[in-house]
Ligand binder design. Sequence first.
Ligand code: GLN
Length: 219
Amino acid sequence: MKDKKSVIGVLDLQGGVHEHLDHLDRLGISYRRVKEKEDFEDLAGLIIPGGESSCLCRLLNIFEIKEVLLANYNRGLKIWGTCAGTILLAKSVVGEENCLGLIDIEVERNSFGSQLDSFISEALIKEVDPEPIPLTFIRAPKIIKVGKKINVLLKIDDYIAAAESENILVTVFHPELTGSLAFHRYFAIKCGIKFEVKKNGYTDPAWENYSWTRMARIA
Ligand code: GLN
């Protein structure tokens, strides 16, 4: 019989939903779009994708799922926020009210500049993958402070780019827009999901999806 809590949900209100589903699928992890209260049933984990945090926060209220999300978190649901998802989960947001306030970090929105200041780089994050992981920053926030109990996974220059508490993972970059499945695998393990280990590692060099850079290239 299938383990009940083996499904990872992706919050499907706005933003980069499909790309996360695609990565989960490639790892062979069961997934579900999460739009309504009922969609939270028996989830092992929830990904809050990148998008626009102010918009996502309003939609959480409009779709009446903020309370059910918080209730599920209190019952042990693991949550991963990418970019805007990190902003939603932060306890403190510079100059603004927080949204969910579930992880003891302070973030500054749009900290690298405009959409045209988006960039790619790579970093070695030993806890997550033995190989360097490609990183995609799109109008990203910076994590500028973390509480004592937060584990910093990646610090670059004056900011933190990835961190975690016991039940929450945050990345200001977008692993779902790269060929690397390493963070999806890392989150799945955090959720207690067991799945087949792929022999050839977690980065597919042939995988390409740079559609988000099209405007920057034209400019
Ligand atoms: N700049 C967006 C915000 O502040 C986040 C961008 C993203 O998720 N790629 O919400």
